[in-house]
Ligand binder design. Structure first.
Ligand code: IPE
Length: 258
């Protein structure tokens, strides 16, 4: 099982509100459609969800945000989701879109639903879900990032590999030199650069969630999503161009993964 996050900075133009990057989506879709093992895909919000979240001052902390803001974020993410699943379908995959609300119980992961999502993948479909605005109870709501979904799904189903496809060549040892760290361990100190205007915390959040996954013993590959062939090569075990964060093995034994 491969769990892949399609970063919002790859599938949308972050400088232009509500603008998909269709060629990038197409290229990623055909790379994912060509993988020879079960895949679960998660995508980010980029200039769709983040744009409206910022406009309505909505954050990852549950609070009483503007009801219209929640509705608008949801609408924009459903539209972006449809673009992604449409591309996957045309690329020959059998996407199985799942609203993020169907794998959450308010602010918590619904582990049983997530395990079923893995069974759907094993049966031949490609479950696709995404970061979104979700109801938290009462009048409260929150922004659930795709990165958070990645760690929830990874911990529940233990994929063989988690891939974060970003608009960068990997994790940089120093953002000014743009030197990619080829391999690192969970928790190893790196500079995360500027998070930019991003309600879910940008690169720092991605590394925090990656570290959480790696600490559970699962390998994480951070790759440039504009070069989908690097995903194909890494999944096929043909070397990795990007950053491999090795899952830490607890007590010297390999944690089991599928
Ligand atoms: C987007 O999820 C959540 C919303 C703002 C709706 P992410 O935070 O994972 O998105 P990207 O990949 O960083 O754009």
């Amino acid at each position: 099982m491969i769990l892949v996050k399609l970063g919002g900075s790859v599938i949308t133009d972050k400088a232009r509100p509500l603008t998909p990057r269709r060629a990038s989506i197409r290229a990623l879709a055909s790379a994912l459609a060509g993988l020879r093992e079960p895949v679960i895909a998660v995508h980010g919000g980029g200039s769709f969800g983040h744009y409206w979240s910022v406009r309505h001052d909505m954050h990852t902390r549950a609070d009483e945000y503007d009801a219209r803001g929640v509705a608008t974020v949801k609408d924009s993410m459903a539209r972006l989701g449809a673009i992604v699943t449409g591309a996957l379908l045309r690329a020959g995959a059998s996407p199985y879109p799942l609203a993020p609300s169907s794998i959450m119980r308010r602010t918590r992961a619904d582990t049983a639903a997530i395990r079923d999502m893995a069974r759907v993948a094993e049966a031949g479909w490609m479950p696709v879900t995404y970061g979104d605005a979700l109801w938290a109870g009462g009048r409260r709501s929150f922004i659930l990032s795709g990165d958070r979904i990645m760690s929830m799904v990874a911990l529940a189903v233990r994929p063989r590999l988690c891939v974060f496809a970003l608009n960068a060549d990997g994790v940089y040892s120093d953002p000014s030199s743009r030197e990619v760290v080829p391999e690192m361990r969970a928790g190893q100190g790196v500079s995360t650069g500027d998070a930019g205007m991003d309600v879910t915390g940008g690169m720092a959040r991605k590394l925090a969630e990656s570290a959480r996954i790696a600490r559970a013993g699962i390998d994480v590959f951070v790759v440039n999503g504009n070069r989908p062939g690097r995903i194909t090569a890494a999944v096929a075990g043909k070397g990795h161009q990007g950053t491999l964060i090795r899952g830490r093995r607890v007590g010297g034994r390999a944690a089991r993964s599928s």
